[in-house]
Design a protein around this ligand. Structure first.
Ligand code: GTP
Ligand code: SPV
Ligand code: MN
Length: 633
């Protein structure tokens, strides 16, 4: 079955992003025939400056039309950047193979260029704005020679929404344009919003691989020297040398988290690395839950949860980023600023997340997955049995006995959220949804219980601030190393981490009694043999059930120094085949492990700067220690 893009359901009528046909291919606003577009003078001046600096051979304004999508994808297929998948299996879908040296976010090349080093803080790489621009300007000079420069006006959040923000990305990567078209709202309707009264974020991107006249291009151009630079005071992004994911799709981590976190601090709201769901109980009561887990730690899975327990439903609103702000009623309201999912492929399959698999039926860009002989895609965990022959993510022959992964561990799928079978009908509501609970989680093989409820907002902020998780393939570097990742925001806070903790505390003061309860979850506890104790995935619904029952006051919690833990008989583990020891491990406080954790927390807090760390969090640490000291054993 081939389904045209034009037949895809859309929830908004006001946006002119794909799949709506709006304008002609490569139309320039000054020559646009269908609309009389007026380009903001500031935007026009910036485009003129960037063009003079980077010297592209052509400039194309992206209108968000289906015609432009078709033209771009055809161009990339002819250049070898994309492989068109067999439309019988995967209509209007493509495989991109990146350069093996450009496969993930580069945290050591990510910079926060605030005026002072203190404002970037010890968890960020810092350069002064002047120094960084002086270092980058020669790199951008002529960097688009021989290439087309695309101008991509984009909105984070529904176009024109009260909580939304706009930006304009300039890029010489057509792969980035196509990905931005799926991940954000792009095009003419956004351009129309930009005037001297609208703040907008200029986002400059080049893969840093100019093409000499007549030279042969490569499928995935990039530069060995990479810079992902943010200028928080002037709200600008300069990204050089990478074409991959969060390094290059600048609306996502660069804007919606790093720049937005600074806006949020200044304006009294929050930009967080969170999924967002609506949970409905068997009694028909609905609750909205936001959850922060580090990269590749299960946000997409929980966002698309298909509960195994009868009567419960989960609807998806977002899987990676939320923006939250107190509403008129004083309660926290949240939107998903993105339009699509850039999800981890490996480990996402018919047994773990059928909803995600169904979402990517077509109109999907896959990056660094394996190619089947029949022109469809495969990756580890998609199906229990691998095909007998594949081309791996680098295009080499692969069989199950090859001994290497067929897909890169950070292989991803890019697809619009409206294709998700569990998407909430009102997921694009510009006013957002009221948050009833906040969850923090991470990959913790020991110590942290399956679920606990924080004693207060301040204790919840302490729990967020002391989050740690094993590293994953989402960022370049070693995998499986336990590291501190406060609020799952270590790579994404655009300012001083201690100030960010203080901002969370300030938001709690602002919300007062109306602040949502905070919970901590951990699906990744391991037994002595190194196997996960908790079945995870769809069974996480049982933990969600306990959390909702806590909100409703239907279950009790055993108060401990680390928070409120489930009473064993009130945690629904029926039919899971867990032993009593397993359940005890998942719901107990190991005094020795937690005392060691407290020492580790003290050492970590010391690295964040004694003069800036909020006293409230030091008090919470002292309370934890005092409480642990009173435990037997
Ligand atoms: P980013 O997009 O990188 O921010 O990450 P994410 O948090 O959305 O990651 P995602 O949900 O795509 O999870 C990636 C990996 O987590 C996959 O390999 C999943 O198999 C694994 N995973 C998800 N949920 C569970 C779970 O409940 N238990 C276990 N053991 N693994 C899980
Ligand atoms: C993450 O690493 O948290 C992601 C993927 O969501 S990327 O957009 O590449 O940052
Ligand atoms: Mn993420």
């Amino acid at each position: 079955m081939i389904v045209s893009l034009l037949e895809r359901p859309t929830h908004t009528t006001t946006t002119s992003t794909y799949p709506t046909r709006v304008d002609s291919v490569g139309s320039r606003p000054d020559r646009a025939s269908t609309t009389s577009l007026r380009i903001d003078a500031g935007l026009a001046a910036w485009i003129a400056d960037v063009t003079a600096l980077t010297q592209p051979s052509e400039v194309v304004w992206c209108d968000g039309s289906t015609a432009q999508w078709d033209q771009l994808t055809k161009l990339m297929v002819s250049q070898g950047t994309l492989i068109r998948l067999n439309p019988e299996w995967r209509p209007n879908s493509f495989l991109a193979r990146s350069d093996p040296a450009d496969v993930a976010r580069v945290e050591d090349r990510t910079f926060i260029c605030s005026n002072t080093e203190q404002d970037a803080g010890p968890t960020n790489n810092w350069r002064s704005p002047g120094d960084m621009k002086a270092e980058l300007t020669p790199l951008f000079a002529g960097s688009m020679r021989g290439r087309t420069m695309y101008v991509v006006p984009f909105s984070m959040g529904p176009v024109g929404g009260a909580l939304s923000q706009v930006g304009v990305q300039v890029t010489d990567s057509p792969y980035v344009v196509a990905s931005m078209a799926l991940m954000t709202r792009i095009g003419t309707s956004v351009l129309e919003l930009i005037s001297d009264e609208t703040p907008w974020v200029p986002a400059l991107h080049s893969v840093g691989a100019p093409l000499a006249p007549g030279a042969q291009d490569v499928a995935w151009p990039h530069n060995a020297s990479k810079y992902i630079a943010h200028f928080p005071e002037t709200r600008e992004i300069w990204s050089f040398g990478s074409g991959y994911g969060g390094n290059a799709l600048l609306g996502k981590k660069c804007f919606a988290l790093r720049i937005a976190s600074v806006m949020a601090r200044d304006e009294g709201w929050m930009a967080e690395h969170m999924l967002l769901i609506r949970v409905t109980s068997p009694e028909g009561r609905s609750y909205h839950v936001a959850a922060a887990f580090p990269s590749a730690c299960g946000k997409t899975n929980l966002a698309m949860l298909k509960p195994t327990i009868p009567g419960w439903t989960v609807e998806t609103i977002g899987d990676d980023i939320v923006w939250m702000r107190p509403g008129q009623d004083g309660r926290l309201r949240a939107i998903n600023p993105e339009r699509g999912f850039f999800g981890v492929a490996p480990g996402t399959g018919i047994e773990t997340n059928q909803t995600a698999v169904d979402t990517m039926w077509g109109n999907t860009i896959f990056t660094n997955v394996a190619l089947r002989d029949d022109g469809d895609v495969w990756w580890e965990g998609l199906t229990p049995t691998p095909p007998s022959h594949l081309l791996d993510w680098q295009g080499n022959d692969w069989t199950p006995s090859s001994g290497t992964p067929a897909a890169h561990p950070n292989a991803r799928f890019t697809v619009t959220a409206d294709q998700c079978p569990s998407i909430a009908e009102d997921w694009e509501a510009p006013e957002g949804v009221v948050i009833d609970a906040i969850l923090f989680g991470g990959r913790r093989p020991s110590t942290v219980p399956l679920v606990s409820q924080s004693k207060s907002w301040a204790h919840g902020v302490f729990v967020g601030a002391t989050m740690a998780s094993e590293t994953t393939a989402a960022a370049a570097g070693a995998v499986g190393r336990l590291r501190h990742d406060p609020f799952a925001m270590l790579p994404f806070v655009g300012y001083n981490m201690a100030d960010y903790f203080q901002h969370w505390l300030d938001m709690g003061d602002m919300l007062g009694e109306k602040a949502p309860p905070i919970f901590q979850v951990n699906w990744f506890r391991k037994d002595e043999g190194g196997s996960y104790i908790w079945p995870g995935f769809a069974e996480n619904a049982r933990v969600v059930e306990w959390i909702i029952r806590r909100l409703e006051g239907d279950v009790a919690a055993r108060q401990t120094p680390v928070g409120g833990l489930p009473l064993v008989h009130e945690l629904n583990v029926d039919g899971l085949g867990l032993s009593d020891t397993d359940v005890a491990t998942l719901t107990d406080v190991d005094k020795a492990a937690w005392l060691a954790e407290a020492d580790e927390t003290q050492a970590y807090f010391d690295t964040l700067g004694a003069n800036r760390m909020p006293a409230t969090l030091l008090t919470e640490l002292a309370r934890l220690r005092a409480g642990l000291a009173k435990l037997p054993g």
